[in-house]
Design a protein around this ligand. Structure first.
Ligand SMILES: Cc1cc2nc3c(=O)[nH]c(=O)nc-3n(C[C@H](O)[C@H](O)[C@H](O)COP(=O)(O)OP(=O)(O)OC[C@H]3O[C@@H](n4cnc5c(N)ncnc54)[C@H](O)[C@@H]3O)c2cc1C
Length: 553
């Protein structure tokens, strides 16, 4: 395989030579490093690389250059290589411009000159950016390919499964990609048996079940120990954070996830409010980093594996899985978050995955290129999805029951929405019926203020109308509130059943449920402040109390 390029531009010959030398010293084994002394020369080089179908992973540009400022160069280079990482080399006096560029050209990092020693100031930054780039980079002839129908629920679920488990794949639509016929012929697979998964080793699986596919892809499905110090249910931000802290503190830690690690956060196209990431990070990137971190400390992750019940026996907590297996643990952290509410419209269900999507903006946005798309809901998730899909779709229409999104979405999102020409907010509007064949084709909208109805053609409908707690599986072992969220800590003491349930001298710890040693963290906890940072905080904190509980035993 040809190595990707790193392109460096600086008009100061000495600086250029120094950074070129430092970059070559560390990256020449895996990247080709090209340098230019001016922005125009660099742009010529970039155009030539594009024509030759070469890949660029990273641009590093000086800000102050006579012909063109670094920010302008980076924005032109980004038009040709939108996925490449962008670093601006700045003097201290140019920091303002660099911070502006984070928004204007989606700058990934600004590096202050001088960067000595490179081991401390240059390589960690570049390593991080290149790792992130590599995670999303899909080389032409490597990795898994999926062949299927674009508007098929089976294909959609498969894409969601692979992307959620951070497994890169190349999607090939059987109806628009002529190459697919050769693969179907070689594998002797008929169109009705799609989707077809072609694995790296040249073997294939037609319409595989997720457990079978997970086994072939090497995802862990059975626990290596019989008993764990802490077993965490749900690998969203809360569960992932708990697992990092658990294994980091030397506890034997198991994390179980029924779908994809990352939870709701993995479907976020851009998280802009997570501390330490000024230019934002995608949900996929957040998840990838968290999984790498927790595995590094020794956490075992079982996925896809669904917990169906919890019971107590001889001081142990026993977790029962839907596949019939059981695992013992001394403590449990329930971090099962929330699930999307379904939109209740007759006939809508049959199109789920075939034009109707719950929180799948990042997986299906590319399929909406030049199409008209509708989004139901006016909260942060809906607005974030709109901002992502509008980069591909011709027109995005947000349907809300209220008069505006001002009170339902964060103000930065509301501002971005109103400043984006191909996004419309259709106020006081709801869907009354849907039509289609094998996929969704039309929806009928009703304006509740005027009573007017109209039927419109639609390629995709994304639904973000709130959520219900992921506790339906958890029968009556722990106390839940009226909506099904798990009650913990001092709030438990206000429950009428508290006295009869709680037998310890001490009061329940802040994240502890009505059963000592079973904790709840993140969105699933009654009264939790939702959001990624809160979930991460709660997951980390739960482990402090897990430790205290274990010390008591
Ligand atoms: C599209 C979108 C965008 C968002 N963007 C932002 C943002 O930019 N900033 C922000 O702060 N917040 C954002 N949020 C909210 C944020 O993602 C959530 O508050 C956060 O993910 C909650 O984390 P959690 O770990 O508590 O639960 P979740 O993320 O809901 O994770 C729960 C996990 O538990 C698993 N699970 C459930 N039941 C079982 C079971 N029985 N067995 C095994 N596993 C199970 C689920 O599959 C899931 O993976 C966004 C939400 C959405 C939907």
């Amino acid at each position: 395989m040809k190595h990707p390029f790193i392109v460096i531009v600086d008009d100061d010959e000495h600086v250029l030579r120094a950074i070129q030398r430092d970059m070559r010293n560390n990256y020449r084994e895996e990247y080709r490093i090209s340098a230019a002394e001016s922005a125009t020369e660099a742009l010529e080089l970039v155009k030539e690389l594009k024509l030759k179908n070469e890949t660029v992973a990273l641009f590093i540009s000086d800000q102050r250059m006579p012909e063109m400022e670094g920010i302008e160069f980076l924005s032109e280079a980004k038009a040709l290589y939108p996925d490449a990482k962008m670093v601006l080399l700045t003097a201290y006096s140019d920091i303002e411009a660099a911070i502006r560029a984070i928004n204007d050209v989606k700058l990934d990092y600004y590096l202050l000159k001088p960067w000595n020693p490179p081991e401390e100031k240059l390589y960690p930054v570049v390593n991080d950016l290149l790792e992130e780039w590599q995670a999303l980079y899909r080389p032409d002839h490597e990795g898994i390919r999926i062949i299927g129908f674009q508007w098929s629920p089976k294909s959609h679920r498969l894409k969601e499964f692979l992307s959620g488990n951070l497994i890169p794949f190349l999607w090939m639509d059987v109806e628009s990609n002529a190459d697919t016929e050769q693969y179907l012929k070689s594998a002797n697979v008929a169109r009705e048996n799609l989707p077809l998964v072609l694995l790296k080793d040249g073997t294939w699986m037609a319409d595989p079940s997720f457990p079978d596919l997970a086994a072939r892809l090497g995802l862990q499905r059975t626990a290596t120990h019989e008993t764990y110090d802490v077993l965490i249910i749900g690998a969203g931000p809360a569960g992932l954070a708990a697992s990092v802290y658990g294994s980091c503190e030397g506890l034997k830690t198991l994390l179980i996830e029924k779908n994809n690690p990352g939870g709701q956060a993995s479907s976020s196209s851009r998280i802009e409010n997570y501390l330490g990431f000024p230019s934002g990070l995608s949900g996929a990137d957040f998840t990838r980093r968290a999984i790498a971190q927790t595995r590094r400390f020794g956490t075992e992750i079982l996925t896809p594996k669904e917990v169906k019940n919890l019971r107590l026996q001889d001081g142990y907590k026993i977790v029962e899985m839907t596949d019939g297996s059981e695992i013992f643990a001394k403590t449990i952290v329930i971090a099962t978050g929330v699930e999307y509410r379904k939109l209740d419209i007759p006939g809508l269900d049959q199109f789920t995955g075939a034009g109707v999507y719950y929180g799948s903006a990042s997986v299906e946005a590319h399929a909406c290129r030049n199409e008209v798309v509708y989004i139901v809901g006016g909260g942060n998730s809906a607005c974030q999805a709109a901002m992502h899909i509008c980069k591909f779709a011709k027109e995005v229409n947000i349907l809300i029951r209220r008069e505006s999104i001002r009170n339902t979405a964060a103000s930065y999102l509301a501002q971005n929405i109103s400043a984006t020409p191909n996004i419309n907010v259709l106020a006081q509007t709801e869907i009354v019926s849907v039509e289609g064949g094998s996929a969704l084709e039309k929806v009928t909208l009703r304006n509740s203020a005027t009573g007017e109805q109209k039927t419109v053609s639609v390629k995709a409908l994304f639904i973000y109308i709130g959520a219900k707690p992921g506790t339906a599986w958890l029968e009556r072992l722990v106390v839940k509130d009226a909506k099904g969220f798990i009650v913990t800590g001092s709030a438990l003491m206000r429950e009428p059943s508290f006295r009869s349930l709680w037998k310890l001298e001490r009061e329940p710890f802040m994240p502890e449920t009505s059963v000592p040693g079973i904790f709840a963290s993140g969105d699933v906890r009654s009264g939790a402040l939702t959001g990624i940072s809160s979930a991460v905080g709660e997951g980390s904190m739960a482990i402090r109390f897990v430790r205290k509980y274990l010390e008591e035993q």
